[in-house]
Design a protein around this ligand. Structure first.
Ligand SMILES: CC(C)(COP(=O)(O)OP(=O)(O)OC[C@H]1O[C@@H](n2cnc3c(N)ncnc32)[C@H](O)[C@@H]1OP(=O)(O)O)[C@@H](O)C(=O)NCCC(=O)NCCS
Length: 209
């Protein structure tokens, strides 16, 4: 007679239960097609610190000094406390993988303007449209939720991928600050781009009236 093997109850229960979700997983704040935006948590600190210290990344960002763990933690802990500052993690829906961050800074209640910053820190995700989607999503958040009228950004003139991304997201070139930045042993130009609420609405066939 064949003996039936039974699975001990405790083992059986463990097998049928899904892996417990980590505290920061599946927190969805603002939804896009391939990505969503969520708050940045202290558990993201190491990833963020690796990215902002990566020469391939920081060469295009405004900071020059190395960012240590204490400073990165301070930045994360400050999120949600400073008025006018909105920084969110960019997560690829497929696999819930954090790949970067996007933010609106210095949102002004009277001028209704803010400055956008974005970083796809995981280089495997560069040039695949995720940056453009993140920028579009943050712009929509700025106009639809924060009631902004203008979103501007600054970019190095030689950051062609970023410029391509911003133009696809509807930003227009407003000016050039000649030799405004010193990078890699030389002065480089800085471009100013912006998108106005009326342009953004017009791109959707809408108007404020
Ligand atoms: C800038 C950044 C956010 C762009 O995001 P991304 O996902 O890599 O870019 P996307 O794929 O959405 O769009 C890039 C566009 O620029 C184009 N592009 C890339 N290299 C280019 C070049 N050398 N010349 C012209 N266009 C270029 C791409 O072809 C693409 O347009 P397409 O889809 O029509 O082909 C991301 O690369 C990044 O975080 N880089 C490092 C940090 C950084 O530069 N941050 C911005 C600081 S202002």
């Amino acid at each position: 007679m064949t003996q039936l093997r039974t699975i001990p109850r405790e083992q059986n229960r463990q097998r049928s239960l899904p892996e417990p979700a980590k505290a920061h997983e599946r927190v969805l704040f603002y939804e896009g097609d391939r990505i969503y935006l969520r708050p940045i948590e202290l558990t993201d600190e190491h990833k963020l610190r690796q990215w902002v210290n990566d020469p391939d990344i920081w060469q295009y960002l405004m900071h020059r000094q190395p960012i240590n763990a204490a400073r990165e933690r301070e930045f994360i802990e400050g999120q949600g406390r400073q008025p006018g500052e909105y920084v969110l993690g960019i997560v690829v829906r497929n696999g819930d993988r954090l790949i970067g961050s996007v933010g609106l800074h210095g949102a002004h209640p009277v001028n209704r303007s803010a400055t956008l910053g974005v970083m796809i820190g995981d280089k495997a995700y560069h040039g695949k449209g995720f940056g453009t989607e993140a920028v579009r999503l943050m712009v929509r958040y700025g106009f639809e939720e924060l009631n902004l009228n203008r979103i501007a950004l600054h970019v190095f003139a030689h950051n062609f991928r970023a410029i391509g991304c911003y133009q696809k997201a509807g930003f227009v070139h407003e000016g050039c600050l000649r030799q405004a930045l010193y990078r890699n042993g030389q002065f480089v130009d800085e471009y100013l781009f912006a998108i106005l609420r009326k342009d953004w609405l017009a791109q959707r066939g809408l108007s404020d009236e």
